[in-house]
Design a protein around this ligand. Structure first.
Ligand code: HEC
Ligand code: HEC
Length: 399
């Protein structure tokens, strides 16, 4: 009797197991339960930094997404080709050693001005990639990529007005980079086909997005995730802010010049200890010219007459590494830039009102003496962040 009972229990459990297995096979795309959901990434806001982050709702940061993005960032086959002379990735023009800009001493892109696979130079000099997660005002020198932008397509490159060709966030920079003749000069299809053909990627996509499927949407999301994690918050300036190090007398004098209107008056546009991003991420005409005909200035985006000749007041973090300076690279050195703000300003009706030193009672600049110039430069050099340049999390994962 006892034996029979055990027997029927066993039969019952076998039947149950078979039924369950069947049920799973039917509906579950992942019958072996091998794909774990991606791990949410905890983004740590450094002390004193803003807490409002630019992370689109449909692309939360995950550990696996960031990992995949880092591979893609450094993979020259992102260009859609694998011949040695047609490789190009984001890292071709955004180098960790140069704060993810090109810098002035690049062996191929002499004078810091890159060109695409066609040999055509980029319309403007590059921008560094760090602390972009805090930019809610718009990407690129003129801010043409911004949240809520409903514009689609790019007729100049024959790109139709349809998804995924939007211009809303870092994700959008991916299709632009792939297609632009001054960058990869390829197509989304070529890039997707190429990445699909590489053995290591399906597993990385599965870990990041739940299935092995490789799409443009996933490529652009992973790249944007990686870029959002690149943070610069550990320069001497930061250590001074946190009370870990003190400034030299010269650096301190430079900081005072930087943050006072009677001094050099830089802080309205480029930040201060209260705004450690060292940029407002806003756009100004900083009084360099009288004629404005660049088809890619801020005016091209807003059509507001006050925006002729206006560009983003870029962050001054790591400014030592990102010369030559301004959107058109017109100043070779930081000394040239300081001389410009000291005595080289040129009045036009478009000069931004915050360029106080170009209006009466001033005229062509802050009029700094040699010691003040040296102090201002010492302060600017204190914004270089070695931790950014050496952080293994941002380095080339293929090495
Ligand atoms: C051929 C060189 C080159 C390549 C390759 C390149 N970039 Fe850039 N990048 C630039 C230049 C130049 C700018 C500034 C363009 C402008 O504003 O006119 C820029 C700007 C950016 C910005 C805006 C930064 C800011 O502060 O507004 C982002 C984001 C960016 N690139 C991401 C990428 C990504 C992602 C890739 C790879 C898909 C990539 N770039 C590949 C040259 C390049
Ligand atoms: C009214 C706003 C404003 C003020 C004030 C101002 N700047 Fe700028 N700054 C800008 C803008 C806008 C740009 C980019 C212009 C361009 O690319 O054509 C810029 C560019 C720069 C650059 C080059 C950035 C790069 O990535 O190439 C440096 C360096 C710089 N400013 C330093 C200073 C210093 C030092 C002061 C004070 C003496 C100062 N700025 C005052 C708006 C301002």
């Amino acid at each position: 009797m006892k034996n029979r009972l055990i027997y029927s229990y066993s039969v019952l459990s076998i039947v149950l197991v078979i039924m369950l297995t069947f049920a799973c096979k039917k509906d579950d795309p992942d019958p072996d339960n091998t794909v774990k959901p991606a791990t949410p990434y905890k983004f740590e806001v450094p002390q004193g930094f803003p807490t409002i982050l630019n992370i689109p709702e449909d692309n939360p940061l995950t550990v696996e997404g960031i990992k995949l993005g880092r591979y893609l960032f450094y993979d020259g086959r992102l260009s859609g080709r694998d011949e040695p002379d047609s490789l190009m990735s984001c890292a071709t023009c955004h180098l960790q050693s140069q704060a993810f800009e090109i810098g002035e001493n690049h062996p191929k892109f002499t004078d810091g001005h890159p060109f695409g696979l066609t040999g055509i130079k980029t319309p403007h000099y590059p921008l560094p990639l760090f602390n972009l997660i805090w930019n809610n005002e718009g990407y690129l020198w003129n801010g043409m990529i911004y949240k809520g932008n409903t514009h689609l397509g790019y007729p100049a490159y024959g790109v139709p007005a349809e998804e995924p060709y939007n211009m809303t966030n870092i994700e959008s920079l991916v299709w632009m980079g792939i297609i632009a003749p001054h960058e990869m000069h390829g197509s989304i299809q070529m890039t997707v086909d190429m990445i699909r053909s590489i053995e290591m990627y399906p597993a990385l996509f599965e870990a990041a997005f739940g299935s092995k499927e490789i799409t443009y949407d996933r490529i652009s999301k992973a790249l944007a995730q990686f870029i959002r994690t690149i943070v610069s918050a550990d320069s001497k300036f930061d250590k001074m802010r946190r009370g870990e190090l003190s400034y030299t007398q010269s650096e301190r004098n430079g900081l005072i010049l930087f943050t006072t209107e009677e001094g050099a008056d830089c802080f309205h546009c480029h930040g201060a200890p209260g705004n450690p991003l060292m940029t407002t991420n806003l756009f100004y005409n900083n009084a360099k010219d009288v004629v404005f005909n660049d088809p890619r200035d801020r005016y091209a985006v807003t059509k507001d007459a006050r925006d002729h000749g206006a560009y983003k007041a870029t962050t001054l973090r790591n400014i030592e590494l990102t010369g030559p300076y301004m959107h058109d690279g017109r100043f070779k050195t930081l000394d040239d830039v300081i001389d410009f703000y000291s005595e080289g300003l040129i009045y036009s009706e478009y000069a931004h009102p915050l360029m106080h030193k170009v209006f009466p009672p001033y005229g062509n600049g802050a009029g700094l003496n040699p010691q003040q110039k040296a102090d201002l430069k010492a302060f600017l050099l204190s914004l270089t962040d070695q931790t950014l340049l050496t952080n293994p999390d941002y380095s080339n994962p293929f090495n």
